[in-house]
Design a protein around this ligand. Structure first.
Ligand SMILES: O=P(O)(O)OC[C@@]1(O)O[C@H](CO)[C@@H](O)[C@@H]1O
Ligand SMILES: [Mn+2]
Length: 454
């Protein structure tokens, strides 16, 4: 199995992708363990969740609900068997708006692989089959009204929010303190506070339920107190360049027009993103924030529209002065249009981001209107770099393979074996010290690229 999303794929740029050819799956053990162990575990939990909601479906929909539960479980059990026994990847049949694009992608994979063997779970790029599994889960539910809108991951996402309450309160109080002294904030102090909130958003990415296969992964310690001890684990820190890029985007002392945040996980990570966005707007630095989320439940904890608005409502309803105050502020930003939530099918497809200009030109041109795009999390990093086995010293700009809609920054904790932009020897040193440094979530990057001089 190729575990590079791009290595068995028409490269987005000329040149030899073989230089970044991923070794076969069995050499790339993290991908193998994900497919062999973690994905079946996630699928089993999905089946269990649907089964546990059987009485709810009956109460709400009578016999139809029971039948839908049975059918959905049958489809998911078939999916799990296909995955476990390396069966061929099959076309989607639910007729949803993105089904054709998914089926076209499968045909492209088959063409690339040649027709001797069918595209199967263990012979395809890890990125592709992992995304495909989540789209098949969506199919199993969407084919069974009246439960077609049931979010199989909702319990885990809401639990993650509830379990992180103390950290959320600490964070909202921290923002309140910043805002109390806003007028006296010197430019240095402003950039200092920005850096702190950027790092809190970065480390919020540890709270991801895909890597934990659904196990509780909420924020238990103060996000502010932890910053100093986490500093040494940031392998690339371009926060200074992010700040300079923002400053240079200010129009003659005006605010920066727009910053986009491509969201990752719900729960505590989403709160860290909302607090960062709150700071950017309330400090007068930025006029508008576009949030980009997922169109359906994805990678266990990724944010959907429902999660986004639920989190704002929950924060408003908190029995904590500063948390509730933030929640009402966020509701107001959404009301006046300073904040807006967007989703696009491309974010829940398997494509590398260098495909976006060709496969989702409307989304690419939307991102081009931003002054800065923040990409949260590990899956987005894998898609930014084509999930290839690049040498660690390859420039981030090279790995982007021409994806450059706007100045962009990845805020990512490392949970998959791809990492570029390191100094010579750094990767080898990390491997000797901690062989799992690319996948254990302990390390992170704040990695920036701008198509224009900063
Ligand atoms: O994008 P996120 O939430 O930071 O991480 C997603 C993730 O948990 O799922 C994949 C492995 O199953 C990896 O990309 C990563 O480990
Ligand atoms: Mn995620």
């Amino acid at each position: 199995m190729n575990t590079g999303g791009g290595s068995s794929w028409t490269p987005c740029i000329d040149g030899d992708p073989l230089s970044s050819e991923r070794p076969s799956l069995f050499l790339c053990s993290f991908a193998y363990l994900t497919i062999r162990d973690r994905l079946p575990t996630i699928l089993t939990k999905v089946i269990d969740t649907i089964h546990r909601n059987k009485s709810k479906f009956f109460e709400e929909h009578g016999e139809e609900g029971i039948n839908a539960e049975k059918q959905a479980i049958a489809l998911l059990s078939k999916l799990r068997n296909e995955l476990l026994t390396d069966k061929p990847v099959i076309e989607l049949t639910d007729g949803l708006e993105d089904a054709d694009s998914w089926n076209e992608y499968l045909q492209r994979q088959q063409r690339l692989q040649g027709d001797q063997e069918p595209v199967s779970w263990f012979t395809s790029p890890w990125l592709y089959v992992e995304c495909y599994m989540y789209r098949r889960i969506q199919e199993a539910v969407s084919l069974n009204p009246p439960i077609s809108n049931f979010d199989v991951f909702n319990e885990g996402k809401t639990q993650s929010f509830y379990e992180s309450q103390k950290a959320v309160m600490t964070l909202c109080t921290f923002l309140e303190d910043i805002q109390k002294n806003a007028e006296k904030l010197s430019p240095d102090r402003l950039s200092e506070d920005f850096n702190k909130l950027l790092q809190i958003s970065l480390w919020g990415n540890k709270c991801d339920l895909s890597i934990s296969a659904g196990q509780d992964n909420s924020q238990k310690i103060s996000p502010i107190d932890a910053l100093a001890s986490l500093q040494p684990f940031i392998l690339v820190n371009d926060s200074g360049m992010v700040w300079s890029s923002l400053m240079s985007s200010q129009r003659a002392g005006e605010s920066v027009d727009r910053v986009d945040i491509v969201l990752d996980n719900a729960g505590f990570e989403l709160v860290t993103d909302l607090v960062l966005a709150d700071f950017l707007v309330s400090s007068g630095l930025v006029r508008k924030i576009y949030f980009h989320g997922k169109s359906f439940p994805w990678f266990v904890s990724d944010v959907t529209a429902n999660d986004f608005h639920w989190t704002v409502r929950q924060t408003m309803a908190a029995n904590h002065k500063w948390m509730s105050k933030r929640g009402f502020q966020w509701q107001n930003y959404l009301k006046v249009g300073a904040w807006s939530y967007h989703d696009h099918p491309f974010w829940t497809q398997p494509h590398e981001f260098c495909d976006m200009a060709a496969d989702a030109p409307d989304l690419y041109s939307r991102l081009q209107q931003a002054d800065l795009v923040l990409f949260k999390g590990d899956l987005n990093y894998r898609k930014l770099t084509g999930d290839r086995a690049w040498d660690h010293t390859v420039e981030f700009s090279t790995a982007l393979q021409g994806f450059q809609p706007a100045p962009l920054c990845s805020l990512r904790t490392l949970k998959a074996n791809v990492q570029v932009g390191l100094q010579p020897g750094r990767g080898e040193k990390l491997t000797s010290r901690d062989p799992t440094w690319m996948t254990n979530g302990k390390y992170a990057v704040i990695q920036f690229y701008s198509p224009k001089p900063v």
